[in-house]
Write a protein that binds this ligand. Structure first.
Ligand code: FAD
Ligand code: NAP
Length: 461
């Protein structure tokens, strides 16, 4: 007697838009949570991993190894696909069209917009957001053009978070230190030719109110040929009350030790300038930044700063704002412009306080642009839990999944990069790494070259 066949569960199709950490952790939790779930991970770029690939600094090689865990999301190729090179929204496939193929859509699109300082001169040449600057050194395909202006000795970096530390370190450390990373040749060449000697990091509050994490800050102290100079108006010497929080205690200990250190005469310096804000970027007469007027701040009891009117000028040919990011509104979804996020409850998108059926968010677009890679794991798990709980109540999509999705994308002129295409691009980058020697991979930064490598010798080329 033959055993009765148990019918395979009817698949529930879920699109996760964004292949950064939050998208991939959500996808992983969805797949693990219910065998009926099939996931398409969709990204506007031909390569997966979001800011792990295009934000984490090239010299943070260990950090990038998180990719070895993220890649496992794609292990079950019967239930999960990667559809890269697919912009969801204007100019790509409209969100509404995509929605017709899925029971649920999780938006995990991050927060990629650079915030502004709101000071005069901010739109001069030589004034850039950290998003643009980081995209350049990470070889992001959108970072087209000549690259940042590194032809003058002074650079100002505004902000006291880990991104400011990354930017200052990349600008100050010897370029050859980056030869053993995935940085592409044009970035190495520009950094080798750089005239930068002094990187001024402007911290608007005092040493007790920085967002740096100790491990990142420590990284500045150990650079070859770089002195860290602390400008704190004597605050640290005046016995700062020992902070309760361990992170802050470690920061203060480090900064105090650096403040006591004398110059080694290193050819480059990172100046940490506390209680200073830029008030004007000064035109050098050619429409480019030549200097930055800065003001000393006083800190109120509420932790907020106010200008004291005491000003000075720093010469700088480049200004990088590392003051955080904002999310972009998503077509058809509510948006809170004040926080740059989509309103939600446990990942369920909320409109007027009510959940929008089948729409979810994860990661930075859900909770704002803070938190390390690991923070997105719990965040993605929470969103996945909400999706899985709602599955029985979600409507059957009017259009099929599988190849029909790819055909639909192509009808909008969007040709997806599939997982096997990405693996070809990945292999091409590894081969470039082998050719350069001393590094695993060299990134291909040009979008056309990425697509060419992805599709070379593919069965559909
Ligand atoms: C410069 C920088 C350096 C960092 N370095 C570290 C570090 O060293 N260590 C650490 O732990 N954390 C680091 N972080 C924090 C970490 O990168 C974030 O916590 C994490 O990447 C946020 O994940 P996410 O998935 O929400 O967003 P993202 O990683 O930004 O992923 C969003 C994805 O969505 C895609 N996307 C956006 N819009 C669309 C669209 N319309 N259609 C299709 N796809 C779309 C994007 O291409 C991207 O791949 C860094 C952050 C920054 C900004
Ligand atoms: N290696 C790593 O682990 C790593 C590396 C990079 C990024 N990350 C993470 O990614 C997230 C984003 O980092 P981030 O550096 O962009 O953000 P962040 O940690 O929020 O820091 C932003 C900084 O900008 C300052 N700022 C904001 N507006 C300003 C203004 N108008 N003028 C002057 N300063 C201003 C803030 O000062 P106030 O505090 O005074 O507001 C703060 O110091 C963080 O969670 C970070 O830890 C981690």
């Amino acid at each position: 007697m033959s055993t009765p066949q148990v019918p395979a569960p009817r698949p529930h199709r879920i699109a996760v838009i964004g292949s950064g950490p939050s998208g991939l952790y959500t996808a992983e939790a969805l797949l693990a949570g219910d065998p009926s779930v099939h996931v398409d991970v969709i990204d506007r770029l031909p390569a997966p991993y979001g800011l792990v690939r295009y934000g984490v600094a090239p010299d943070h090689v260990k950090m990038k190894s998180v990719i070895r865990a993220l890649v496992r999301t794609f292990d079950d190729s019967d239930r999960v696909r990667f559809l890269g090179n697919v912009h969801v929204g204007p100019g790509g496939i409209p969100g509404e069209a995509l929605r017709e193929h899925y029971h649920a859509v999780v938006h995990a699109t991050g927060s990629a917009v650079d915030r502004d300082l709101g000071v005069p001169g901010e739109d001069l040449a030589g004034s850039v957001g950290s998003g643009a600057f980081v995209s350049w050194y990470c070889g992001h395909p959108d970072a087209v053009g000549p690259g940042p202006l590194l032809d003058r000795p002074g650079v100002v970096v505004v902000g006291a978070g880990n991104v400011a530390v990354d930017v200052a370190r990349v600008l100050a450390r010897p370029a050859d230190d980056l030869a053993a990373t995935d940085a592409h040749d044009a970035v190495l060449d520009a950094l080798r030719a750089s005239a930068v000697t002094d990187v001024h990091v402007l911290v608007r509050r005092d040493p007790l109110h920085v967002k740096f994490t100790p491990a990142e800050l420590r990284g500045l102290g150990g650079l070859d040929d770089v002195d860290v100079v602390v400008h704190d108006d004597g605050l640290l010497a005046a016995d700062v009350a020992e902070p309760e929080e361990r992170r802050m205690r470690q920061n203060i200990e480090m900064l105090t030790a650096w403040a006591r250190r004398s110059s080694t005469g290193a050819p480059r310096r990172i100046h940490l300038r506390f209680l200073r804000s830029p008030v004007r970027l000064v035109d050098d007469g050619t429409g480019r930044v030549g200097a930055v007027e800065i003001e000393r701040n006083a800190l109120g009891d509420d932790g907020r700063v106010r200008g004291t009117g005491e000003r000075e000028t720093l010469e700088a040919g480049l200004v990088v704002r590392a003051i955080g990011y904002a999310g972009e509104p998503i077509e058809g979804l509510p948006f809170d412009a004040a926080t740059g996020t989509v309103p939600h409850e446990a990942g369920r998108v909320l409109l007027g306080g009510e959940p929008v059926r089948g729409s979810y968010v994860a990661g930075w677009i859900k909770r704002g642009p803070t938190g390390v890679i690991g923070t997105n794991k719990g965040d993605g798990a929470q969103t996945a839990e909400s999706v899985l709980a709602d599955l029985p109540t979600l409507s059957t999509p009017p259009r099929p999944g599988g190849d029909a999705v790819v055909e639909r994308m192509r009808s909008y002129g969007v040709d997806p990069v599939l997982w096997e295409d990405w693996l070809r691009l990945d292999a091409a980058e590894l081969a470039l790494g082998e050719r350069r020697g001393g590094t695993d991979r060299v990134k291909i930064a040009d979008r056309a070259e990425m697509l060419d490598a992805a599709r070379r010798h593919s069965s559909r080329s």
